[in-house]
Design a protein around this ligand. Sequence first.
Ligand SMILES: Cc1cc2nc3c(=O)[nH]c(=O)nc-3n(C[C@H](O)[C@H](O)[C@H](O)COP(=O)(O)OP(=O)(O)OC[C@H]3O[C@@H](n4cnc5c(N)ncnc54)[C@H](O)[C@@H]3O)c2cc1C
Length: 328
Amino acid sequence: MSSLHDAARRLARLDAGEVLQEEPLARHCSWRIGGPADILVQPSSCDQAARVLRFAREEGLPLVVIGRGTNLLFADEGFRGVIMKLGRRFSDFEIDGLTVRARAGLWVPRLVRNLAAAGLSGLEHAAGIPGSVGGLVTMNGGSLRRCVGDRIVDVLAVGYSGEMRVFSREECGFSYRRSVFQDSAGFCGDRWVILEARLVLERGRRSEVRAEAVGIMEERRKKFPLRLPNCGSVFTNDPAVYELAGPPGKVVEDTGLKGLTVGGAQVSHHHANFIVNRGGATARDVLSLIGEVRRRVHARIGAWLACEVRYVAPDGTVAPASEACGEL
Ligand SMILES: Cc1cc2nc3c(=O)[nH]c(=O)nc-3n(C[C@H](O)[C@H](O)[C@H](O)COP(=O)(O)OP(=O)(O)OC[C@H]3O[C@@H](n4cnc5c(N)ncnc54)[C@H](O)[C@@H]3O)c2cc1C
């Protein structure tokens, strides 16, 4: 315990942003689940972020970077290492002609709103996605079969030794809900943390861009269970499974699993690809429920659903939650 206090004190002395100890991770994710992180630090500049990474490497501490925690399930035991959160304090943006440079912590709905106000079209499909730019780029997120990667010019990232690198769009390795940044999340090897993304858009009419974004948000409000804590879509839309049985929400619903409950976690009655926290759900409940859904779906259609949601283990391993539920 005292070595943890010492490490936190050393980090605070480095001027690397606000440092919290034993911080409940449930406060930093949309499922409202997760035990304490030894250290949680929130840098507000690129230099501070680089300092945090160098510190973690020199101290031999595992590090996981997070945005708004809207695609993450934290372990009930929490995390023995450093969580670096790039959020509200790291959220500047600058529009220049048809391009926008956005800091990783920028809230996506704020970016979409500002692009609409500037009459820039191309990211309306991300209206209402409640994550950060860093999380959106890492997950290559989007909706209506579109992905943020289609609009990326380049990405500025910082490595584990504090070195900066610009990734061209091709180097980001985008494919459906995938990017190279996922491979480097949460371990002690080659690691790249997104600091900024540059996107290119198209000139549009302000009123039309805004109407498109508002329309998409209204559809989402009708479709998704937004009252109980959740993490968006739990399972990815795998083309092979789609071909066989349809999108994951339909597959889970057709298997008769709406309302299936483990502890405080429940397959939403509203949309079967969502798992909601009805109060007091644990990570163990969610992983058990995911495991049960996967087994029953597999028994019916002969294919395994994979998770979009990522599980952060106490040792800092970050992987699709479907890879973790087999262990329970
Ligand atoms: C109600 C709801 C609706 C949703 N709808 C959609 C949707 O329509 N489409 C969609 O694609 N997603 C959707 N999501 C999921 C989620 O919002 C997106 O994946 C979002 O982009 C994740 O951003 P985040 O900041 O919350 O990332 P986090 O959950 O904090 O992190 C996600 C992953 O990215 C990594 N990461 C985060 N920031 C960085 C960084 N700066 N550098 C490197 N790695 C980083 C993390 O380590 C983690 O592996 C939804 C979620 C909710 C709760």
